[in-house]
Design a protein around this ligand. Structure first.
Ligand code: NAD
Ligand code: UDP
Length: 335
Protein backbone atom coordinates (compact mmCIF):
# COMPACT_ATOMS: atom_id res chain seq x y z
CA UNK A 1 0.00 0.00 0.00
CA UNK A 2 1.12 3.58 -0.61
CA UNK A 3 1.25 5.27 2.77
CA UNK A 4 1.71 8.99 3.43
CA UNK A 5 3.68 9.75 6.58
CA UNK A 6 3.06 13.27 7.83
CA UNK A 7 6.10 14.21 9.91
CA UNK A 8 7.88 11.27 8.31
CA UNK A 9 11.29 12.93 8.63
CA UNK A 10 10.95 13.28 12.40
CA UNK A 11 12.28 11.02 15.12
CA UNK A 12 9.46 8.47 15.26
CA UNK A 13 8.28 8.98 11.68
CA UNK A 14 11.70 8.16 10.21
CA UNK A 15 11.87 4.86 12.13
CA UNK A 16 8.30 4.03 11.16
CA UNK A 17 9.16 4.81 7.52
CA UNK A 18 11.93 2.22 7.63
CA UNK A 19 9.70 -0.36 9.32
CA UNK A 20 6.73 0.20 6.99
CA UNK A 21 8.95 0.11 3.90
CA UNK A 22 10.55 -3.12 5.14
CA UNK A 23 7.03 -4.54 5.54
CA UNK A 24 6.47 -3.95 1.83
CA UNK A 25 4.68 -0.59 1.81
CA UNK A 26 5.57 2.33 -0.44
CA UNK A 27 6.29 5.36 1.72
CA UNK A 28 5.80 9.04 0.93
CA UNK A 29 7.15 11.57 3.42
CA UNK A 30 5.20 14.79 3.97
CA UNK A 31 7.13 17.20 6.18
CA UNK A 32 7.91 20.91 6.44
CA UNK A 33 11.19 20.14 8.26
CA UNK A 34 10.37 22.55 11.09
CA UNK A 35 11.90 20.03 13.49
CA UNK A 36 13.92 17.74 11.24
CA UNK A 37 16.32 17.82 8.32
CA UNK A 38 15.88 16.76 4.69
CA UNK A 39 19.03 14.62 5.06
CA UNK A 40 17.00 12.27 7.27
CA UNK A 41 15.11 11.23 4.14
CA UNK A 42 18.44 10.32 2.50
CA UNK A 43 19.12 8.06 5.46
CA UNK A 44 15.67 6.47 5.14
CA UNK A 45 16.43 5.87 1.45
CA UNK A 46 19.77 4.33 2.35
CA UNK A 47 18.19 2.04 4.94
CA UNK A 48 15.24 0.94 2.79
CA UNK A 49 16.61 1.03 -0.75
CA UNK A 50 13.36 2.79 -1.72
CA UNK A 51 13.25 6.13 -3.57
CA UNK A 52 10.96 7.63 -0.86
CA UNK A 53 9.29 10.66 -2.47
CA UNK A 54 9.16 13.77 -0.29
CA UNK A 55 6.56 16.51 -0.25
CA UNK A 56 7.97 19.52 1.56
CA UNK A 57 4.99 21.49 2.80
CA UNK A 58 3.01 22.51 5.84
CA UNK A 59 0.18 20.24 6.88
CA UNK A 60 -2.11 23.22 6.92
CA UNK A 61 -1.71 23.60 3.16
CA UNK A 62 -4.74 21.46 2.31
CA UNK A 63 -4.34 21.94 -1.45
CA UNK A 64 -0.80 20.56 -1.41
CA UNK A 65 -1.95 17.68 0.79
CA UNK A 66 -4.75 16.88 -1.65
CA UNK A 67 -2.27 16.93 -4.51
CA UNK A 68 0.06 14.57 -2.62
CA UNK A 69 -2.73 12.11 -1.83
CA UNK A 70 -3.72 12.06 -5.51
CA UNK A 71 -0.29 12.05 -7.14
CA UNK A 72 1.00 9.22 -5.00
CA UNK A 73 -2.17 7.11 -4.95
CA UNK A 74 -2.18 7.10 -1.17
CA UNK A 75 -4.21 4.36 0.54
CA UNK A 76 -3.54 5.20 4.20
CA UNK A 77 -2.04 8.01 6.27
CA UNK A 78 0.11 7.76 9.37
CA UNK A 79 -0.01 11.14 11.05
CA UNK A 80 3.08 12.04 13.10
CA UNK A 81 3.43 15.74 12.24
CA UNK A 82 3.04 18.08 15.15
CA UNK A 83 4.85 20.13 17.74
CA UNK A 84 5.64 18.18 20.88
CA UNK A 85 7.52 20.18 23.52
CA UNK A 86 5.42 20.54 26.67
CA UNK A 87 7.23 23.62 28.02
CA UNK A 88 7.12 25.40 24.68
CA UNK A 89 3.39 24.65 24.41
CA UNK A 90 2.79 26.51 27.67
CA UNK A 91 4.62 29.55 26.29
CA UNK A 92 3.19 29.33 22.75
CA UNK A 93 -0.28 27.76 22.96
CA UNK A 94 -1.52 29.40 19.76
CA UNK A 95 1.30 27.84 17.71
CA UNK A 96 0.50 24.47 19.24
CA UNK A 97 -3.23 24.60 18.54
CA UNK A 98 -2.61 25.99 15.05
CA UNK A 99 -0.03 23.40 14.15
CA UNK A 100 -1.45 20.32 15.81
CA UNK A 101 -5.21 20.82 15.76
CA UNK A 102 -5.53 22.95 12.63
CA UNK A 103 -2.97 20.75 10.88
CA UNK A 104 -5.05 17.66 11.67
CA UNK A 105 -8.26 19.34 10.49
CA UNK A 106 -6.53 20.15 7.21
CA UNK A 107 -5.43 16.53 6.89
CA UNK A 108 -8.92 15.22 7.64
CA UNK A 109 -10.42 17.60 5.09
CA UNK A 110 -8.00 16.48 2.41
CA UNK A 111 -8.62 12.81 3.24
CA UNK A 112 -12.39 13.33 3.24
CA UNK A 113 -12.24 15.08 -0.13
CA UNK A 114 -10.38 12.06 -1.54
CA UNK A 115 -12.65 9.51 0.15
CA UNK A 116 -9.53 8.24 1.94
CA UNK A 117 -10.53 6.94 5.38
CA UNK A 118 -7.66 4.99 6.87
CA UNK A 119 -5.62 6.88 9.46
CA UNK A 120 -3.12 6.08 12.21
CA UNK A 121 -2.59 8.93 14.66
CA UNK A 122 0.37 9.57 16.99
CA UNK A 123 -1.15 10.20 20.36
CA UNK A 124 0.56 10.12 23.71
CA UNK A 125 0.30 8.78 27.24
CA UNK A 126 0.05 12.43 28.20
CA UNK A 127 -3.71 12.14 27.48
CA UNK A 128 -4.02 10.15 30.72
CA UNK A 129 -3.00 13.18 32.79
CA UNK A 130 -2.05 12.34 36.38
CA UNK A 131 -2.43 8.52 36.59
CA UNK A 132 -5.28 7.38 38.81
CA UNK A 133 -4.00 3.80 38.77
CA UNK A 134 -1.09 1.81 37.34
CA UNK A 135 -0.48 0.23 34.96
CA UNK A 136 -2.54 2.54 32.76
CA UNK A 137 -4.96 0.77 30.43
CA UNK A 138 -6.80 2.33 27.50
CA UNK A 139 -9.95 2.75 29.62
CA UNK A 140 -8.14 5.06 32.06
CA UNK A 141 -9.87 8.48 32.18
CA UNK A 142 -8.28 11.12 29.99
CA UNK A 143 -7.17 14.58 31.07
CA UNK A 144 -4.66 17.13 29.89
CA UNK A 145 -2.33 19.14 32.06
CA UNK A 146 -0.75 21.43 29.44
CA UNK A 147 -1.52 22.85 25.98
CA UNK A 148 0.44 20.11 24.18
CA UNK A 149 -1.61 17.46 25.94
CA UNK A 150 -4.80 19.36 25.20
CA UNK A 151 -4.00 19.39 21.48
CA UNK A 152 -3.58 15.60 21.59
CA UNK A 153 -6.84 15.20 23.47
CA UNK A 154 -8.70 17.55 21.09
CA UNK A 155 -7.42 15.57 18.13
CA UNK A 156 -8.36 12.25 19.75
CA UNK A 157 -11.88 13.58 20.34
CA UNK A 158 -12.11 14.97 16.81
CA UNK A 159 -11.19 11.56 15.47
CA UNK A 160 -13.84 9.92 17.64
CA UNK A 161 -16.44 12.35 16.24
CA UNK A 162 -15.31 11.65 12.69
CA UNK A 163 -15.61 7.89 13.24
CA UNK A 164 -19.05 8.33 14.81
CA UNK A 165 -20.29 10.51 11.95
CA UNK A 166 -19.03 8.22 9.19
CA UNK A 167 -18.64 4.55 10.12
CA UNK A 168 -16.46 3.89 7.07
CA UNK A 169 -13.42 5.46 8.71
CA UNK A 170 -10.71 3.19 10.05
CA UNK A 171 -8.77 5.09 12.71
CA UNK A 172 -6.12 3.94 15.16
CA UNK A 173 -5.14 6.25 17.98
CA UNK A 174 -1.74 5.07 19.24
CA UNK A 175 -0.81 6.31 22.69
CA UNK A 176 2.97 6.22 22.95
CA UNK A 177 4.67 6.06 26.30
CA UNK A 178 8.33 7.25 26.35
CA UNK A 179 10.03 6.56 23.00
CA UNK A 180 13.83 6.33 23.22
CA UNK A 181 16.69 4.74 21.30
CA UNK A 182 17.65 4.78 17.66
CA UNK A 183 17.93 2.57 14.60
CA UNK A 184 20.73 0.02 15.06
CA UNK A 185 22.62 1.51 12.10
CA UNK A 186 23.12 4.74 14.03
CA UNK A 187 21.95 6.60 10.89
CA UNK A 188 18.67 7.89 12.32
CA UNK A 189 17.75 8.79 15.88
CA UNK A 190 16.63 11.59 18.12
CA UNK A 191 18.57 14.79 17.61
CA UNK A 192 16.72 17.66 19.28
CA UNK A 193 17.69 21.25 18.62
CA UNK A 194 19.20 23.07 21.61
CA UNK A 195 19.24 21.60 25.09
CA UNK A 196 17.12 18.44 25.23
CA UNK A 197 14.00 18.42 27.40
CA UNK A 198 13.75 14.65 27.57
CA UNK A 199 15.83 12.39 29.75
CA UNK A 200 17.45 10.05 27.23
CA UNK A 201 18.84 12.62 24.78
CA UNK A 202 20.04 14.67 27.76
CA UNK A 203 21.87 11.66 29.21
CA UNK A 204 23.38 10.94 25.79
CA UNK A 205 24.78 14.46 25.53
CA UNK A 206 26.23 14.27 29.04
CA UNK A 207 27.88 10.97 28.12
CA UNK A 208 29.30 12.59 24.96
CA UNK A 209 30.71 15.45 27.01
CA UNK A 210 28.42 17.98 25.33
CA UNK A 211 26.64 18.84 28.57
CA UNK A 212 28.37 18.94 31.96
CA UNK A 213 25.91 16.95 34.06
CA UNK A 214 22.36 15.66 34.27
CA UNK A 215 19.86 17.33 36.57
CA UNK A 216 17.73 14.63 38.17
CA UNK A 217 14.40 16.32 38.71
CA UNK A 218 13.47 15.20 42.22
CA UNK A 219 14.48 12.21 44.35
CA UNK A 220 11.60 12.37 46.81
CA UNK A 221 8.85 10.78 44.72
CA UNK A 222 6.95 7.79 46.01
CA UNK A 223 9.00 5.37 43.89
CA UNK A 224 11.60 2.73 44.87
CA UNK A 225 14.57 5.13 44.63
CA UNK A 226 12.64 8.41 44.82
CA UNK A 227 13.19 9.38 41.17
CA UNK A 228 10.49 9.45 38.46
CA UNK A 229 9.50 6.17 36.83
CA UNK A 230 8.54 5.95 33.14
CA UNK A 231 7.78 3.32 30.53
CA UNK A 232 10.60 3.75 28.01
CA UNK A 233 9.98 2.04 24.70
CA UNK A 234 12.55 1.45 21.97
CA UNK A 235 11.63 3.52 18.90
CA UNK A 236 12.22 0.49 16.67
CA UNK A 237 9.61 -1.46 18.64
CA UNK A 238 7.32 1.55 18.40
CA UNK A 239 7.86 1.65 14.64
CA UNK A 240 6.82 -2.01 14.42
CA UNK A 241 3.70 -1.07 16.35
CA UNK A 242 2.73 1.14 13.39
CA UNK A 243 3.20 -1.72 10.96
CA UNK A 244 0.89 -3.81 13.16
CA UNK A 245 -1.65 -0.99 13.46
CA UNK A 246 -1.82 -0.41 9.69
CA UNK A 247 -2.28 -4.14 9.14
CA UNK A 248 -4.96 -4.26 11.83
CA UNK A 249 -6.93 -1.41 10.26
CA UNK A 250 -6.82 -3.01 6.84
CA UNK A 251 -7.89 -6.43 8.13
CA UNK A 252 -10.64 -5.42 10.55
CA UNK A 253 -14.02 -3.78 10.41
CA UNK A 254 -13.97 0.01 10.09
CA UNK A 255 -14.09 1.89 13.36
CA UNK A 256 -12.07 3.74 15.97
CA UNK A 257 -9.38 1.80 17.81
CA UNK A 258 -7.11 2.96 20.61
CA UNK A 259 -3.91 1.23 21.72
CA UNK A 260 -1.21 1.87 24.28
CA UNK A 261 2.27 1.37 22.87
CA UNK A 262 4.66 0.82 25.74
CA UNK A 263 6.58 -2.04 27.31
CA UNK A 264 4.59 -2.29 30.55
CA UNK A 265 7.85 -1.92 32.47
CA UNK A 266 8.83 1.21 34.39
CA UNK A 267 12.40 2.41 35.02
CA UNK A 268 13.51 5.22 37.31
CA UNK A 269 15.76 8.09 36.28
CA UNK A 270 18.63 6.59 38.27
CA UNK A 271 18.11 3.17 36.66
CA UNK A 272 18.35 4.87 33.27
CA UNK A 273 21.58 6.62 34.32
CA UNK A 274 23.13 3.35 35.55
CA UNK A 275 22.11 1.47 32.41
CA UNK A 276 23.62 4.17 30.18
CA UNK A 277 26.82 4.28 32.22
CA UNK A 278 27.23 0.54 31.74
CA UNK A 279 26.82 0.85 27.97
CA UNK A 280 28.96 3.98 27.49
CA UNK A 281 31.60 2.70 29.91
CA UNK A 282 31.93 6.03 31.63
CA UNK A 283 30.42 7.68 34.69
CA UNK A 284 27.57 10.13 34.12
CA UNK A 285 27.78 13.10 36.44
CA UNK A 286 24.41 14.12 37.87
CA UNK A 287 23.02 16.34 40.57
CA UNK A 288 19.69 16.11 42.32
CA UNK A 289 17.61 19.12 41.29
CA UNK A 290 14.13 20.22 42.37
CA UNK A 291 11.11 18.45 40.92
CA UNK A 292 10.13 19.67 37.46
CA UNK A 293 6.73 21.39 37.60
CA UNK A 294 3.95 19.22 36.21
CA UNK A 295 5.93 15.96 36.52
CA UNK A 296 4.29 12.85 37.94
CA UNK A 297 5.91 10.11 40.03
CA UNK A 298 5.22 7.06 37.88
CA UNK A 299 3.69 6.23 34.53
CA UNK A 300 3.68 2.88 32.78
CA UNK A 301 1.36 1.09 30.43
CA UNK A 302 -0.83 -1.93 30.47
CA UNK A 303 0.01 -3.39 27.10
CA UNK A 304 -2.31 -6.40 26.88
CA UNK A 305 -4.67 -4.87 24.33
CA UNK A 306 -1.95 -4.20 21.76
CA UNK A 307 -0.61 -7.71 22.38
CA UNK A 308 -3.93 -9.47 21.93
CA UNK A 309 -5.41 -7.32 19.14
CA UNK A 310 -2.36 -6.25 17.16
CA UNK A 311 -0.19 -9.24 17.96
CA UNK A 312 2.49 -6.73 18.83
CA UNK A 313 4.74 -6.54 21.85
CA UNK A 314 7.92 -4.59 22.55
CA UNK A 315 10.91 -6.91 22.33
CA UNK A 316 13.92 -4.66 22.90
CA UNK A 317 15.16 -3.95 26.41
CA UNK A 318 16.89 -1.16 28.25
CA UNK A 319 20.34 -2.30 27.10
CA UNK A 320 19.35 -2.02 23.43
CA UNK A 321 17.73 1.36 24.10
CA UNK A 322 20.96 2.71 25.61
CA UNK A 323 23.28 1.03 23.09
CA UNK A 324 21.45 2.39 20.07
CA UNK A 325 21.14 5.86 21.59
CA UNK A 326 24.86 5.87 22.33
CA UNK A 327 25.77 4.69 18.83
CA UNK A 328 23.66 7.46 17.28
CA UNK A 329 24.97 10.08 19.70
CA UNK A 330 28.61 9.18 19.05
CA UNK A 331 28.02 9.45 15.33
CA UNK A 332 26.16 12.76 15.70
CA UNK A 333 28.89 14.15 17.96
CA UNK A 334 31.66 12.88 15.66
CA UNK A 335 33.18 10.79 18.47
P1 NAD B 1 9.54 15.17 15.72
O1 NAD B 1 9.47 16.63 16.03
O2 NAD B 1 10.87 14.53 15.63
O3 NAD B 1 8.76 14.86 14.36
C1 NAD B 1 7.65 15.60 13.94
C2 NAD B 1 7.84 15.91 12.48
O4 NAD B 1 6.70 16.64 12.02
C3 NAD B 1 9.06 16.77 12.20
O5 NAD B 1 9.80 16.21 11.14
C4 NAD B 1 8.48 18.14 11.81
O6 NAD B 1 9.31 18.82 10.91
C5 NAD B 1 7.15 17.73 11.24
N1 NAD B 1 6.10 18.76 11.33
C6 NAD B 1 5.68 19.42 12.44
N2 NAD B 1 4.69 20.26 12.14
C7 NAD B 1 4.45 20.13 10.81
C8 NAD B 1 3.53 20.72 9.90
N3 NAD B 1 2.66 21.64 10.31
N4 NAD B 1 3.55 20.34 8.62
C9 NAD B 1 4.43 19.40 8.18
N5 NAD B 1 5.33 18.80 8.99
C10 NAD B 1 5.33 19.16 10.29
O7 NAD B 1 8.62 14.43 16.80
P2 NAD B 1 8.49 12.88 17.14
O8 NAD B 1 9.14 12.64 18.45
O9 NAD B 1 8.90 12.08 15.97
O10 NAD B 1 6.92 12.78 17.37
C11 NAD B 1 6.04 12.39 16.34
C12 NAD B 1 4.63 12.40 16.87
O11 NAD B 1 4.55 11.55 18.01
C13 NAD B 1 4.17 13.79 17.35
O12 NAD B 1 2.82 13.94 16.98
C14 NAD B 1 4.30 13.71 18.85
O13 NAD B 1 3.39 14.55 19.51
C15 NAD B 1 3.98 12.24 19.11
N6 NAD B 1 4.56 11.73 20.35
C16 NAD B 1 5.91 11.83 20.56
C17 NAD B 1 6.46 11.38 21.76
C18 NAD B 1 7.94 11.52 22.02
O14 NAD B 1 8.36 11.44 23.19
N7 NAD B 1 8.78 11.70 21.04
C19 NAD B 1 5.64 10.81 22.74
C20 NAD B 1 4.27 10.70 22.48
C21 NAD B 1 3.74 11.16 21.27
N1 UDP C 1 14.15 13.95 33.85
C1 UDP C 1 15.22 14.34 34.62
N2 UDP C 1 16.14 15.19 34.06
C2 UDP C 1 16.03 15.66 32.78
C3 UDP C 1 14.93 15.25 32.01
C4 UDP C 1 14.00 14.39 32.57
O1 UDP C 1 15.36 13.92 35.77
O2 UDP C 1 16.90 16.44 32.34
C5 UDP C 1 13.16 13.00 34.41
C6 UDP C 1 11.74 13.54 34.49
O3 UDP C 1 11.56 14.25 35.68
C7 UDP C 1 10.91 12.25 34.39
C8 UDP C 1 11.77 11.36 33.49
O4 UDP C 1 13.10 11.88 33.56
O5 UDP C 1 10.82 11.64 35.67
C9 UDP C 1 11.31 11.33 32.04
O6 UDP C 1 11.22 12.67 31.56
P1 UDP C 1 10.98 13.00 30.03
O7 UDP C 1 10.95 14.49 29.90
O8 UDP C 1 11.98 12.26 29.20
O9 UDP C 1 9.56 12.35 29.71
P2 UDP C 1 8.10 12.69 30.29
O10 UDP C 1 8.23 13.70 31.37
O11 UDP C 1 7.36 13.17 29.12
O12 UDP C 1 7.59 11.37 30.79
Amino acid sequence: MNILLTGGAGYIGSHAAVALASAGHQIVVFDNFCNSRPTVVDQIRALTGQPIPVVEADLRDTAVLLGALTTHGIGAVVHFAGLKAVGESVAKPIEYYANNVQGTISLLQAMQAKGLKTLVFSSSATVYGDPQYLPIDEAHPTAATNPYGRTKLHIEEMLADVARADPQWRIARLRYFNPVGAHESGLIGEDPNGIPNNLMPYIARVAAGQLPHLNVFGNDYDTPDGTGVRDYIHVVDLAQGHVAAVRYLLEHAPGLYTFNLGTGQGYSVLEMVRAFEAVAGRPLPFTIAPRRPGDIASCFAKVDLAASALGWRATLGLKEMCESTWRFQQRAAGL
